[in-house]
Design a protein around this ligand. Sequence first.
Ligand SMILES: O=P(O)(O)OC[C@H]1O[C@@H](O)[C@H](O)[C@@H](O)[C@@H]1O
Length: 303
Amino acid sequence: MEHSAADRDPKAVEFAKDKNGVGQVLLRNPRGASVRVSLHGGQVLSWKNDHGEELLFISSKATFKPPTAVRGGIPICFPQFGNRGSLEQHGFARNRMWIIDDNPPPLHPNDSNGKAFTDLLLKSSDDDHKVWPHGFEFRLRVTLAVDGSLTLISRIRNVNCKPFSFSIAYHTYFALSDISEVRVEGLETLDYLDNLCNRERFTEQGDALTFETEVDRVYLSSSDVIAIFDHEKKRTFVIKREGLPDVVVWNPWEKKSKTIADFGDDEYRHMLCVDGAAIEKPITLKPGEEWTGRLELSVMPSS
Ligand SMILES: O=P(O)(O)OC[C@H]1O[C@@H](O)[C@H](O)[C@@H](O)[C@@H]1O
């Protein structure tokens, strides 16, 4: 039996609909932090700390009307990343309607006890089979802990009689004061594939990543914790991953921003995508097998 914060506080998990009729789950912790998850795409749309400050970027030009994913938050790229395959960009999961999973297979008690959480489910549909002929169940648990950290646990199961392979990324748009004041640590000396150079492979040379132009890279096989230091806001995002060896770093910068319809011209200054991902070596599941991946995001004060 799993016990969530909802067992003690009926306000810890609430369900509502947005103005387009899309279901959303709101998680709250006792200190006032909150997380909002949409059933559309299983996408986290908001993560606020206990001062009510938004930690995820959402574009002022974002459209919240399905079927397109919202520009910001944490869209889930599955079963394809980017255009590395025949499916639509970043796969179809972010554009599908998920359901609430009332009776998910249990997870470790640490993933629920004392926390506010919700379980969502996406099952492959007949439409999905036309473009990707595989049977899967994708279970997503979104958890808000008492310390304000946000955890996404994905369990993907092959429910068909033939194997399939997939890629996945949690395309996390972090909200920042100013991209030119930001430093990312944990990717030093790693190899990366540069999407701006036909995925050519390079090796990261610098001490830490800083930003002064467009970046669109997949860092490979990183085992470290990633930290995003925001000097102006005096806070550091800490990203921990399990089962997600690769890390995408994306900022469209000035020129590309102007070509993205649901993104403001100057908004690149206030966001950075850093995704926990499994891309270079797709994950293969035999019939009946399940894969688990875990992303944990937390924020710490820094000087
Ligand atoms: O506009 P989309 O489909 O959400 O993708 C945004 C970006 O996502 C990044 O992860 C890709 O590497 C970029 O190439 C892409 O432009």
